[in-house]
Ligand binder design. Sequence first.
Ligand code: SF4
Length: 487
Amino acid sequence: MKLELRGHDERYTVEQSMLNLFPGELPVYGTVTRGEPCWAVVELSEADGRATVTVELSREGVTARRTWSETLSGTDYQREGVRRRGIGRCFYEAAVAVTGARPPWGMLSGVRPDKLVTAALLSGRSEADAVRMLQDVYAVTPERAALALETGRIAARTALQLEKRDIAVYVGIPFCPTRCAYCSFVSQSVEKSFGLVEPYIEALKRELREGGALARRLGLRVRAFYMGGGTPTTLSPEQLSGVLDAFETAFDTSHCVERTVEAGRPDTITPGKMSVLRAHGVDRVSVNPQSMDDRVLRAIGRRHAAADVARAMELSGGFRHVNMDIIAGLPADTPDGFADTLRRCLAFAPDNLTVHTLALKKGSRVLTEGLSVPDADAVREMLDFAAPTLRKADYAPYYLYRQKYMSGSFENIGWCRPGAECLYNIVIMSELCTIFSFGAGGSTKLVDRDTNRIQRIFHPKYPEEYISRTADFAAVAAFYENRGIST
Ligand code: SF4
């Protein structure tokens, strides 16, 4: 889409709107010529303390023009927010007029649509007010606004239970047995990078020792532990035990209320590994079939079959909480096939079930090989089946998030039975406390609860780089020192 910005340079805001409304379309900046097939002129002007935005947008011969105006007040930061919201809203209205499409999350293009609800509730606004804001200001559909209220309410309640010194710890294991067709994560196939696993574990243990020592000196309280990936259970029982040992020795775990390990691929789960997890106090595991249709599993490049899921679920007995992940919109899947997957997963009675929507990620085989995936209407049908089915089975949504390029612009939802919420999932999605991240490909997130500002420290992307670097916690120490917490 050819874009002409007048009176501003808010490229990010416009590009986020484009991503939401015209996924796959790339921005090209310059002067618009009216005869082009797809273009938008986005103009911002200010006079007498008011900002006015005009968007004229055209696609395949259909053109719409929308105007928005609002008085600017408050701090520079708040005024900036008003301008950006105006640009986003105006672009959204013009795009809806041209395409006729109404995205479920309206003009919200971010990862955490319920964060606005959590912030509104924590600032003392009523639930009705928060829902009205989503619908009126951000054009969110009533159904999605109600969903955001359910998860935003849980996040607000959780935020009130956390203290300034509370943190969560994440450990990343970037190895998988094979690469899934929809994956763009840096995870390496263990078969190809077997030689990296041991040095990676050693680097991880070193980093855990140093990070834990700093956390102890700062008096930080670990509330939740999460080992994800990749597929942590690609590690041997001894390697898993070594990493968990390193965490337990390095950190003060006396306030840690949950320990989660993603067991992920059913074909990596063995009795020996599950005993190691149980012996280390792991009380949550996630078994991720993604689909219970062998045809779909083959299409996405998994090496396991649906029958392996049953065996993995049997081995998961004895853990307090078990999650299963499934995905709506996978290659070769259909609404009937997805419904069957959900029913078969519910038959295992996990107390958590996460319903993802396929995200079309750059670099994934779905895109590079042009695999055929269900269209947005089929994905809507799958999700429309999932929600009432899960509610009927006594599950409720407790966290949600979105990713770029999601089929139909929907969302991922974590559902659970009453009282089975995973604290880590809530705090990471709603950014409620600092997360110390260990391993390649992740980032430590330092959350300032007073200002809601977040500082990120990115880790090396690939295991090779991670293994050869020296961990540095100076930025973490400085963050806490600036907030009156020092060693
Ligand atoms: S299990 Fe997850 S991280 Fe591993 S290849 Fe599949 S999608 Fe990627």
